[in-house]
Design a protein around this ligand. Structure first.
Ligand SMILES: NC(=O)C1=CN([C@@H]2O[C@H](COP(=O)(O)OP(=O)(O)OC[C@H]3O[C@@H](n4cnc5c(N)ncnc54)[C@H](O)[C@@H]3O)[C@@H](O)[C@H]2O)C=CC1
Ligand SMILES: O=C(O)[C@@H](O)CS(=O)(=O)O
Ligand SMILES: [Zn+2]
Length: 435
């Protein structure tokens, strides 16, 4: 059976992409030319903020005072889970070496980037969990200098719990600056910050586009833009939980897609009825976001069987993928494209978003086709090294000389020739290009 769209979205993640690109390019160019003052001008324009941007130790301590003990405990709990999961992931990265031929050893090392810029979103909601996700993983990876940067609220600055979490997790500096100007400040080394080797963290379409444009001169973790989520559900799923979970992630923003893929028409129809009702029950900001997200980006897709459902899901390559269906092991082994997978009704995306330990900085807009989410590995450079004895490199030198000569790279060939002549003066080698 072909995919039957009971609700089809009029918009996709590419809608307005070229307009966003133009806006971001212009801001980046202006800041690169104008430095600190240009970034401050944008902070004033977009966030109506004119306060101090690089937080002092006193400001960080004052923010901590405002965080209630219960929230501190929850932040510590989430931090501990994220840290231990990151440490376990790090343990999968080993330094290796191989005797490629007797007398020539080649090895792999993992070296952390020296300076990371962690973007912590804060336009619509106060993304405390993003501070935990980004700064903790950088710290576990061994990054030497970590900047956390987040949008300030007019007259208030960065939310105190974000400041508290970033500091607890190991940020060396906290910058009260959001959007493209925040990303630019960390990349260009404004306000006395070290220039970031890598930019990580989620953000809206402007933040994601800034990272995309700057990639190359600075590393990035991935494109982690507006949140998207897909639920795979069969007739065993609870329609109320499916609908609540869809609405839960649609509140992220007006451009956050949520999709239901099912082989059960009754479930699809119940969802179509229930989602708008649940949206209307949300507080105003959340309701406005979810309403627009569902109207413009929400989809309900009916498939013939679970194989078609899995294929459909892999085409969407969602950031968050939930399965509420029979035989979770089958789904775990079959599904190939997602940022993070939530198997069964007993867990849910929000657990991963906030506290369960897996990272919530995840690939959006189909980038899960080629990458996973944020982990210590994103901050680590896998580099190689080698050393050799004269005898061990002899055969390699002969092959190098002949291959280089065949390629027309005479300078390369001579670096091998000169060694063979020096180390084996009595021997004759045929180092001409193989015909
Ligand atoms: N993919 C992932 O792993 C995650 C993604 N997210 C996403 O992060 C995003 C957070 O978005 P926001 O709440 O907006 O916070 P944000 O911090 O990403 O963006 C706020 C900034 O956007 C800039 N901005 C706003 N309007 C602008 C305009 N017209 N032109 C240029 N710059 C402008 C402002 O400078 C402001 O500081 C959401 O889309 C959410 O879905 C959140 C967490 C995880
Ligand atoms: O895109 C995401 O990962 C978000 O769902 C994370 S959070 O809910 O904003 O913390
Ligand atoms: Zn979320």
């Amino acid at each position: 059976m072909a995919r039957d769209y009971l609700k089809k979205a009029p918009k996709t993640a590419r809608t307005d992409a070229s307009e966003t690109r133009k806006i971001v390019m212009d801001i980046l160019d202006t800041i690169e030319a104008g430095g600190d003052q240009a970034a401050l001008d944008y902070a004033k324009k977009f966030d109506k903020y004119e306060g101090n941007v690089l937080l002092t130790a006193d400001e960080i301590a004052a923010a901590a005072e405002k965080v209630p003990q219960k929230l501190r405990d929850d932040i510590a709990f989430a931090h501990d889970n994220v840290r231990r999961f990151a440490e376990t992931q790090k343990s999968t990265l080993s330094e290796v070496q191989l005797d490629v031929v007797p007398g020539l050893i080649a090895g792999q090392k993992a070296i952390p980037c020296r300076a990371a810029g962690c973007y912590v979103p804060g336009g619509r909601y106060s993304h405390v969990a993003s501070a935990i996700m980004t700064v903790t993983t950088a710290k576990v990876a061994g990054v030497n200098n970590i900047t956390a940067c987040s949008p300030p609220r007019p007259g208030e600055g960065v939310h105190p719990a974000i400041v508290y979490a970033a500091n607890l997790c190991g940020a060396d500096q906290i910058l009260a600056m959001g959007g493209v100007q925040g990303v630019a400040a960390m990349t260009f080394g404004l306000f006395g910050l070290p220039k970031a080797d890598i930019l990580v963290g989620p953000g809206n379409q402007f933040v994601a586009e800034a990272k995309r444009i700057l990639f190359g001169r600075v590393g990035i973790d991935m494109i982690a833009g507006p949140t998207d989520s897909l639920i795979l559900a069969d007739k065993t799923a609870d329609p109320e939980i499916v609908a609540v979970d869809l609405v839960g992630q649609a509140e992220h923003g007006y451009n956050s897609p949520v999709w239901l893929v099912t082989d059960d028409r009754a479930l699809a129809e119940a969802t179509l009825t229930r989602v708008p009702e649940l949206i209307e029950e949300l507080p105003e900001l959340n309701r406005d976001n979810a309403r627009a997200a569902w109207r413009d980006y929400g989809e309900v897709i009916l498939c013939g069987d679970r194989e078609e459902m899995a294929a459909c899901s892999d085409d969407y390559a969602p950031e968050h993928l939930t399965v509420q269906a029979e035989d979770l092991d089958w789904w775990l082994s079959r599904l190939q494209c997602y940022g993070s997978l939530f198997l069964g009704e007993e867990t849910t995306v929000a657990y991963g978003d906030k506290a369960s330990g897996t990272n919530h900085v995840l690939p959006t807009s189909q980038s899960a086709k080629y990458t996973g989410g944020l982990s210590v590995h994103k901050y680590m450079k896998i580099v190689t090294w080698q050393r050799a004895t004269r005898e061990g490199a002899k055969r390699v030198a002969e092959a190098t000389a002949r291959i280089s000569r065949l390629e027309g790279m005479e300078g390369h060939a001579r670096t091998a020739d000169v060694r063979l002549a020096k180390y084996f003066p009595g021997e004759n080698f045929d180092l001409s290009a193989a015909e």
